[in-house]
Design a protein around this ligand. Sequence first.
Ligand code: SAM
Length: 307
Amino acid sequence: EKDFGPNKSIKHSRTATPNNRSVADHYNSKPDVGVERRRESTIIFLRNFNNWIKSVLIGKYVTRDGHALDIGCGKGGDLLKWNKANIKKLVGIDIAEVSIEDARKRYNEIKGRKFEAEFYVLDCYSSLISNVIPSGTSSDIVSMQFCLHYSFETEEKAHMALKNVTTNLKSGGIFIGTVPDANWIVKKLKSLPKDQLEFKNSIYSVRFEQRDNFPKFGHKYWFYLKDAIDDCPEYLVHFPAFEKIASQYGLELVYKKRFHDLYNEAKEESHYRELLYNMRVIDRRSEEEMSDDEWEATGMYIGFAFK
Ligand code: SAM
């Protein structure tokens, strides 16, 4: 079993330089390295783990033959999951136009494709989706994976994100997603000596600009994840504030779990346990799995579902 205890000591040091690139620039500038290159990445087990978590969330809440909306779909990393989930139609939207081009390409290359898809470029935290899809999407499920936290830059953006979720969701539909766990992050920050603003291990670093104020929106930190995210500004998702706005749009929280707990729960189900091997979260032959530092980094996130 993995060590679920306190996090390991911080080993490697790294000097991060702040930059002011926007989120879209950041993701546009990331080349689509393709499956083979991604397989060689040093964080391959972490990537596979995150993909497995998303498969579990999608698997738990998707409806067969349903319509799905993937906000912040990026390069289409979840396309195969949607295909497996037997949806009828997908709409994928992202602010980064290069990512959307990659997603379209990837969709066209899916062998045995079973669903229709449309892709759009839009800043979903500043504009209504109805600007690009006037009739809306009327989806059974809306998914926001590893992207909602960017909307917590301002209260207005968080509102726009949730407005886009709910105006495109059928009554009784489900909204799923993954975000960094602000509680976990703030606890780590507060456990540092008073003059320090950064915690990290060999895989990730989180660096704050101050630790005196804890605003509900716009609480910025800089995030680095090896081979994935080079020092990108992110914002804490104050979960009670998120739930409160969500309730104003008629959304009720039905599921919230830290990734480590989600893993422990889901791996007890034989189907998801098998998927751990199929998605190479655990190597079937060697039983090799992610390093302690990767495991610590995955502990930063939570998965949620609203109805
Ligand atoms: N959901 C994908 C996944 O799980 O692989 C991509 C996750 S990536 C960490 C975050 C994504 O959010 C990026 O593709 C980024 O362009 C997108 N994003 C950030 N701000 C956005 C906005 N305002 N509107 C739409 N997409 C946004």
